[in-house]
Structures are given as C-alpha cells and as structure tokens.
Design a binder for this molecule. Structure first.
Ligand SMILES: C[S@@+](CC[C@H](N)C(=O)[O-])C[C@H]1O[C@@H](n2cnc3c(N)ncnc32)[C@H](O)[C@@H]1O
Length: 578
C-alpha cells in the first residue's frame, strides 16, 4: 500500500472507515456463533478470532460478548488496523470488557500477507501469528478512483485481481489466506457483487474458496452509513479434510417498501436488527418505515458471469425435484448455436430477390430461406417457410466448410460486386478472408440438418422445428442433435421447451426477465433445461403430439388443445407437479 500517505489527513472516504453499528456487528457475530454451535465443538477449545480492519473494535466486541453468552470462553482476539488511533481506542474498549488474550496490531493488513509464496504468513515485528478459526470483518470499501491508479495496480498485481479493483476484494483474498481450512468468515461487503457483471471475480472467489452458508442483502436499509449498500457473507473456507456439506446457501434480502397498500396488516418490530432475526418473508413495520424481507436459497449458475439467483424455499425445492427427476439436460442431447451474422444484412438478406434485374439476380442455388426473430412463432408449422432469403456464401466440400466458388455463379458475383464498397468496408472480414463473405457463417452441413429454432428475446417461448431447408438469422439460436441421437428427441425438446412448465423453470433458475416481461433465451440457459426420460409413455406421447403441431396447419382451438395436453404430459413425464 502507499505508505507515503499521511493517515491522519485521509478522509473517511479515502480509508473506507465507516464503522459498524453495534446492531449490525451483532447480526454478523450471531450468525458466526450459530455456525460454531452447529459444529458441536468443545466450548473450551481455543478459538482464534481476527478482524483485520478492526477500527475501534466493534466487531470484536460483539463477537466476544455473544461468544461468552454461548459459553465460548476461550477466545483469542486479534485485531489489525492501519489507523493507530483507532487501534488505541479498540485496546481501551476491549480492555474495558476484560478481554484477555488480546492482540491488537497497528498495521496495514494487506502488507502482512505474503501472497507471492502463497502462504498465510502473518508477521508482526518478527512475531508470527497463526492462522485463525474465525474472521469477522467490515473491510474498507475503497474504489479504484479513490485508491489512485498506482495503488490499484499494485493491489491488482499482488492479489491477482481483474477489472475494477476495490480494496475490499484484496481484503477478502488476504483474509482467506489467514483463515484455517474449515474456518468461518463473516464479512460485511458491498452488495454490488451479487448482481453486477463486475462482481464476477468475487463471486468466483467465494464459490471456489468457500462453502457458502448465507448471504444477506441489506440493500437500502441504511444500516450502514457508507454510500455503498451492504451485504453480509457467511462462509466456511473449503478444506480437503472436511467432507463437503451440500446444504444449499441461505439467502436473505431486505429492502425498504414504498408501496403503502401492503402496509396495514404489517407486523411491527422495534428495530431493523430485530427484524433481521425474524426468518420469515413478508412486509414488516419498524417505527414509521416498512420493509419487505425475502428468505430463500441461492442457486449458483455454472458460469461465474451470471449473478447468483435467489429462489424462495418452495421454488428451490421444486427446481431440485425437477432436476432430480430429469434424465438429461438439453446440452447432453443437442448443440445450441447462434444463427448466421452477415454484418451486411441489407446486402445478403432480402425478401425481394425477384425484383432485381436479371443480370444481378443471384442463382437460386445461392439463396436459402432464412428464419428470423420476427417470423418466429411457437410450433411454427413446417410448411410456413419464411419469405426472407439469404445469399449464403459457403458450402460443404468433402465435409469441410468452404467459400463458394463464385466463378460458377456469375449473377451472384455481379450482385455482390454491386455492393463491393460496402462489403470491403468490413475490415475485420477482409483482413483474412474474401470481401464478399458472410461474417459468421455457421456450419452449412449442420444447418441443413433438422433443428429447433428459437429467438433470443421474447415474452414467451417460441421454439419451432425446421427440417433443414431453412437457415437461421443471428437474432435466433438453433439446436441440432448430437451425433447418433434419435431425431425424435428433437420433438421432445421442442414439446417441453414451449411449455409453461419449463418457463417456470427458466424464470426461477435464471431470473433474467428484461423490461416488459421479455425473457432472454440464451445458450447458457437453454443448455440447462431439463429433459424427462424419453422412454416413458408420456415422453413418447409428447413426441407424437408435437409432430401433429409441426406437420399440420391447425386452427387456434386445435392447437391450444394439444398444447394443454403437452403441458399435462410434461408434468407427468417429470413426475413433479408444476
Ligand atoms: C469500514 S471500517 C471498519 C472498522 C471496524 N471493523 C468496524 O466494523 O467498525 C474499515 C477499517 O479499515 C481500516 N483500514 C483501511 N485500510 C486498511 C489496511 N490496509 N489494513 C488495515 N486496516 C485498514 C480503516 O482504518 C478502518 O478502520
């Protein structure tokens, strides 16, 4: 850290030193002690507890007081803070409550960790301090802008941080190094990492290093005076020795409620902290304010890019049951790809090729009907071919994708030449390829196989079948079966993908509703859709029903009758009620 800065001149913002209130400190301490109680360890065993940014010692005080109430009497308290005066106050306060075995160190905690050697070396004037059993902390939140780029860069280098560096991220890594495997971390952080793209590295770090016990999102409850909205993370550092506990992570969210109609019957609490102890979802009153709480479980998407998902206990249970009842996921049966992207749609895609002058009208072999988001609809029957066609520039030769030999297609080449200036303007294409090529072509061999198509964004699922005679625009995705998979499974996937049953699954597991109720149907979501056992009579019946939708143009009534049947069959095929 930049030691040239004079501590005393720094503002609170610069050091991130907003102290924790006793109420909030107690919330964190209580949860840690609850976990210790669950372990049924001998209360007389020594517990080493660290706050690496202890300020005037509030969190250590809370921990000590509550530990004693729970008969943990053999507690060593270790505190570090780079602010000498704060440490002095902490000494006084902790001595007042007769804390023994107290070690308070005025120092920069991040300097005390030797990350290069990847060991938790905690040294103070040649005195080594052992790893600890519990860390309780409210580390400083200081963003890159305030840290200054030099400090931010050196932290990023030392702690291998990517993206925007905040001091608390460095702290979390350093704390983890100081924690024994199996040790508990209770830390107050900003809640931003839960939902933002920028939170990816922290989500990844927590997932990889901790068995997550609970996350509390305290949102805008103003329990903390800093500008950031706080959350509490409680986790157990992973250890090879401890058998992994697979119990799901609890999630708790509280936010101030502005809607007055909910309010009349709201049960009252004396303080928000008291409310935090009430493990029930609902709307509650504290003095003149109203708060809603949501209690449930966290679902961790496979990719750390995705935010963690919060489901109510009931939703979580349902998702788990469906997962257990499923035979496979979409990704086990098919491959999902995005459609073709030309980067010059006005040139390559048209509904009116016929209107061109004869010498410019591309040969019909070059044109392929193209499904696009605006002609997509649920169960679109096979004979409904799109009007739009794409001038497709690639073909398969001996099993390999190759650009078409345009010497064979004079009119097609004339046409492309008439747009040469625009097409050549695509430098990313011309750098390594011919100026007249489509940008993302996909594999024409696979595109010509039977497939499912669905638009990326829509309010409801719009999956439909194509027999291979049409191609797919870049605003849609398509699923082709993996080698050797029975073609009938494509109808099964289609049938269930369009149900309200899977829409419920989608909404709980991915929580990605956009504005106006639109959903995103991205590869990483659809890949995870569950598939029931295709050998059951129900699955076979779904396949049969779907075929009747795909190969016939039905009336609205006929269609909705079959849809209803598919809905019921899906429920039966999974054996889990919706
Ligand atoms: C958000 S305050 C929390 C203080 C206390 N734990 C509490 O909860 O009331 C953060 C503390 O971190 C300290 N701090 C900032 N950078 C530090 C560093 N590199 N090493 C140790 N302490 C640091 C500040 O002096 C401040 O007291």
């Amino acid at each position: 850290m930049d030691t040239t800065l004079n501590d005393t001149l720094r503002t609170r913002k610069e050091t991130g030193s907003h102290f924790t209130s006793t109420g909030l400190a107690d919330v964190v301490a209580k949860r840690l002690i609850n976990e210790l109680n669950k372990l049924e360890i001998d209360n007389q065993n020594k517990l080493r507890v660290l706050d690496p940014a202890c300020g005037d010692g509030e969190l250590l005080l809370s921990f000590k007081r509550l530990a004693e109430l729970n008969s943990f009497n053999n507690v060593d308290l270790v505190g570090v803070d780079e602010n000498q005066q704060a440490v002095e106050r902490a000494v006084t306060r902790l001595e007042e409550v007769k804390a023994e075995n107290l070690d308070l160190i005025p120092n920069d905690f991040l300097e005390m960790i030797n990350i290069e050697e990847n060991i938790s070396l905690f040294e103070n004037e040649s005195k080594k301090i052992d790893p600890v059993d519990v860390i309780i902390a409210n580390p400083p939140y200081v963003r890159t802008q305030v840290l200054g780029s030099e400090v931010a860069q050196s932290l990023a280098k030392k702690f291998n941080l990517k993206g925007k560096v905040d001091l608390y991220q460095a702290f979390i890594i350093a704390m983890t190094m100081q924690l024994k495997p199996g040790g508990l971390l209770g830390v107050i952080t900003s809640n931003r990492y839960l939902t933002t793209k920028g939170g990816e590295s922290l989500r990844k770090f927590f997932r990889e290093n901790y068995e997550i016990i609970e996350v509390m999102d305290l949102g805008d409850t103003k329990l903390f005076e800093a500008a950031v909205l706080p959350s509490i993370f409680i986790g157990r550092k992973k250890s090879n020795k401890v058998i992994e506990n697979n119990s799901p992570a609890n999630f708790y969210k509280i936010y101030e409620e502005k809607k007055s109609e909910l309010i009349d019957e709201a049960v009252g609490f004396d303080s928000v902290f008291e409310l935090l102890e009430n493990l029930e979802s609902g709307t509650f009153k504290v003095e003149e304010k109203f708060y809603s709480t949501l209690i449930g479980k966290l679902i961790f998407p496979e990719s750390h890019k995705e935010p963690w998902v919060m489901a109510s206990d009931e939703e979580y249970k349902w998702i788990e049951e469906v997962n257990q009842a499923s035979y496979a996921r979409f990704e086990d049966i098919g491959d999902i790809r995005v459609g073709i992207k030309t980067t010059a749609d006005n040139v390559f895609i048209s509904e009116s090729w016929d209107e061109l002058d004869t010498e410019l009208k591309p040969e019909s072999e070059l044109l392929v009907p193209l499904h696009s988001a605006d002609n997509a609809s649920r169960w679109l029957p096979i004979e409904k071919k799109p009007k739009r066609e794409i001038l497709y520039t690639h073909t398969m030769v001996d099993g390999k994708k190759e650009v078409i030999d345009f010497t064979q297609y004079e009119r097609g080449f004339n046409y492309l030449s008439s747009h040469r200036e625009q097409l050549e303007g695509r430098k990313y294409v011309t750098k390594s390829r011919n100026w007249y090529e489509i940008w993302v072509t996909q594999n024409p061999g696979l595109l010509k196989l039977p497939k499912l198509i669905f638009p990326d964004i829509s309010t409801e699922p719009k999956f439909f079948y194509d027999d291979g005679s049409c191609f797919v625009d870049g605003n849609c995705y398509w699923i082709s079966l993996k080698d050797g998979v029975d073609n009938d499974l494509l109808y099964l996937l289609l049938g269930i993908a369009n149900t309200a049953y899977l829409t419920k699954y989608h909404d709980i597991a991915f929580q990605n509703k956009l504005y106006a109720g639109r959903r995103r149907y991205m590869t990483q979501y659809v890949n995870k859709y569950p598939v029931p056992n295709p050998d059951t009579v129900y699955a076979k019946d779904i396949i049969k029903q779907v075929k009747s939708l795909v190969f016939n143009e039905l009336t609205v009534e006929e269609k909705s009758k079959i849809e209803k049947e598919i809905e019921e069959l899906t429920e039966k095929a999974f054996g889990v009620k919706k």
